[in-house]
Design a protein around this ligand. Structure first.
Ligand code: AHG
Ligand code: MN
Ligand code: MN
Length: 342
């Protein structure tokens, strides 16, 4: 952001340190962790931008733990983020979409646990459409002994101490929250720095965009089918019909929702009975961001961030976005569930 008095640009590093200085007791460790992620994001962004030249596009031939084809950039992003977090010795373990179990880092006593979706929207890599990275940070409870266990990481989203995403789009954006609003930075490639673009960003209470993969229409619940029909009906007062937008990279769809308002939905379906998206490294961090900007996120019944996790790679349906849009879809879901039960 341009400082009006001296026209100075504020970098991510400066902003993190200044935010930390407001808390006299702060150890600086969380600030370091955020700076580590900022550094990895710059390296990944550089690689994303020259992916066609360096032959980093395309499958690496293996499948990840979910049986999905792994692209080379997924692995590159995973390695960069994990090694950046390992270097500063404050994170004890990482849970990443690209790794089956927990990844123990060098600092076994490190106080943070980090969840990662290193490369989100990987099906869009080959076609030059926006992709992202997502992170979610928890404290390791001091009552745990020195043995690192998967169960140490299973905490509800309300316990996140920080979360954010990087969007590799027409420009590279980094957005994060520590629970005091959402700050957004834009990478200036000429100086290699993330520059503050907006702080304490607030999203519209209501938006005229709905975002869902309509190819799965036939396996949706009746309430959801009726809600999407409602979005398409004409009504001048609520600005309907809404526009449909679906990028297929959750980070990009959520970033648009943050800026323009509206709703993003990934429901359960026949193909994905528990939803497709991952609670711990997709839904919780992006819900933390959206809530901090004044929005809402539920699984159709409960607040996403209050769900008690029972597995690190667990999936959940998600309804996320502007408050009024999410409240409206919940009304539809509730009403039609009640009708079905009669
Ligand atoms: P990832 O690339 O990390 O596996 O995530 C892909 C996710 C998410 O980004 C996106 O919203 C969703 O998959 C798209 O799924 P569909 O192709 O089923 O719509
Ligand atoms: Mn993803
Ligand atoms: Mn991914």
């Amino acid at each position: 952001m341009v400082d009006k008095d001296n026209s100075r640009l504020e970098t991510l590093e400066e902003y993190i340190i200044q935010s930390q200085n407001k808390f006299p007791g702060a150890t600086g460790e969380l600030s370091q962790l955020l700076r580590d992620i900022g550094l990895a994001a710059k390296i990944i962004s550089r690689e994303v931008n020259k992916a066609g030249i360096t032959n980093i596009l395309g499958f690496d031939g293996s499948k990840n733990i979910h049986g999905e084809a792994v692209k080379k950039l997924d692995l590159f992003a995973d390695q960069q983020l994990i090694s950046a977090l390992n270097r500063s010795m404050i994170t004890c373990m990482v849970i990443s979409e690209e790794n089956d179990g927990i990844v123990k880092l060098s600092s076994k006593g490190g106080k943070y646990i980090v969840f990662l979706d290193p490369l989100d929207g990987s099906s869009n890599i080959d076609v030059n459409v926006s992709i992202g990275s997502i992170f979610s940070v928890y404290m390791r409870e001091p009552r745990f002994d020195s043995t690192l266990r998967e169960s140490d990481a299973l905490q509800p989203g309300v316990r996140q101490v920080a979360a954010g995403y990087v969007l590799y789009g027409s420009s590279t954006i980094l957005a994060y929250t520590t629970g005091l609003g959402v700050s957004v930075f834009t990478l200036d490639p000429s100086i290699g720095e993330f520059i503050l673009s907006e702080k304490k960003i607030k999203m519209p209470e209501h938006g005229g965009i709905y975002s869902i993969n309509e190819g799965s229409y036939n396996s949706w619940d009746p309430g959801l089918k009726k809600y999407i029909k409602y979005c398409q009906d004409e009504d001048a007062e609520t600005g309907r019909p809404y526009s449909a937008r679906y990028i297929g990279s959750m980070v990009a769809d959520i970033h648009r929702t943050l800026i323009k308002g509206g709703i993003f939905i990934y429901p359960h379906s026949k193909k994905y009975p528990s939803g497709k998206l991952r609670l711990m490294y997709e839904c919780n961090p992006l819900s933390f961001i959206i809530e901090q900007a004044g929005g809402m996120a539920t699984d159709g019944k409960k607040r996403i961030m209050e769900l008690e996790p029972n597995a690190i790679h667990q999936q959940t349906p998600i309804y996320i976005g502007s408050k009024k849009n999410v409240q409206k879809v919940m009304e539809f879901l509730e009403k039609h569930e009640a009708v079905e039960q009669e």
